[in-house]
Design a protein around this ligand. Structure first.
Ligand SMILES: [Zn+2]
Length: 346
């Protein structure tokens, strides 16, 4: 998932977007990258929005000491501290967005806001286990991956990092942030309960992981089953195209000038992957695992068997999501089978 350096320079800092600090992206709005050690994404952008009563943060980071330290240093640049945070608007319930918001929210009595579609995911993490992912991999015919997951020791999750938020968002709504008004827009796909926040007055979209400037967001990697992740994701991208064009403030990667331009690229990418997947099942009826093994992966076109367990699993689940879309479009059929559902063209 590495990207060329020039593309990864953020215009607000003039440096690689992962460089620590606090960078002004607009009047009263600052980007603070927090580290994600041992994660290919490298960092997550948290955005601090100044209000008369304190700071609203969009996303919270991962609850690890390195991230908390980087957040404190970033806020210090603004002459503030964690005690000034009054609210976290979280885009979705992945650990690198939610867990530090949950922990700090409790500590400094800041309210945490999250889409209600993430209810099941939070509860599933608190229960522990990779059951839903194993089930989807089994449906995909990826039995070797299921076997490898079963041999991995489950991490223990601190329930304080996965508590419910103070506010569950439902449907399209608005959130007052000081004198600003953010449109909170449900954008299921990356996760079922993902939200983006649009500041139309300032021309900004806090996009979370829905629209990323240099990589394609993973689809449906969550501890619950349900939904039709790629169909939902593409519909959610189309929703962004229907808004006025905004500057892209992503959770991973540099700030970019146009949400629309990136949405067009992402939709085109998925149409291309759909065509490749259809070509594979036209040649031979296949499981999602077999289709994934035939396709190139990442922008460097890696072979499937060179991916690690985590990325290989993401690849299989994404392929299953593509095949689901082909079935929904009426160009493929799906026959359930115990060792993996079989997809064929027609
Ligand atoms: Zn995510």
């Amino acid at each position: 998932m590495s990207v060329s350096t020039s593309k990864a320079i953020s215009p607000d800092s003039g440096e690689h977007w992962t460089e620590p600090g606090a960078f002004r992206v607009a009047e009263g709005i600052h980007r603070i990258p927090l580290p994600l050690p041992m994660d290919g994404l490298r960092a997550v952008n948290v955005y601090a929005v100044e209000t008369p009563s304190g700071l609203t943060l969009v996303d919270g980071g991962w609850a690890i000491p390195e991230a908390r330290e980087a957040l404190e240093k970033g806020l210090a640049v603004l002459g503030a501290g964690v005690g000034d945070i009054t609210e976290f608007l979280v885009t979705h319930a992945h650990r690198d967005h939610y867990s530090l918001a949950a922990a700090l929210g409790t500590e400094v009595r800041a309210r945490v806001v999250l889409g209600s579609g993430e209810r099941g995911a939070l509860a599933a993490v608190r229960r522990g286990g990779n059951g839903a992912i194993a089930q989807r991999l089994r449906t995909s015919g990826a039995l070797p991956l299921v076997e490898r997951w079963s041999r991995i020791e489950q991490p223990t999750h601190d329930p304080a990092h996965w508590r419910d938020p103070e506010v569950w968002l439902e449907g399209d709504t608005t959130v007052a942030v000081g004198e600003r008004s953010f449109a909170a827009i449900p954008t299921p796909g990356h996760t079922q309960g993902h939200y983006v926040y649009a500041d139309h007055e300032a021309g900004l979209l806090f996009a979370g992981d829905h629209v990323l400037p240099t990589i394609t967001p993973s689809i449906g990697f969550e501890p619950v089953n349900g939904g039709t992740p790629l169909r939902d994701f593409m519909a959610s991208l189309t929703r962004m195209r229907a808004l006025p064009d905004l500057r892209l403030l992503p959770a991973h990667g540099p700030v970019a000038p146009s949400v629309h331009a990136r949405v067009d690229e992402l939709l085109e990418h998925h149409e291309h992957r759909l065509a490749l997947s259809l070509a594979v099942i036209r040649a031979n009826p296949s499981t999602a695992y077999q289709v994934a093994a035939e396709l190139p992966w990442t922008r460097h076109e890696h072979r499937f068997d060179t991916l690690d367990l985590f990325n290989g699993s993401l690849a299989v689940m994404e392929t299953l999501a593509h095949l689901d879309v082909l079935v929904a479009r009426g160009v493929a059929t799906r026959v359930p089978a115990p060792d993996g559902d079989l997809f064929s063209a027609g």
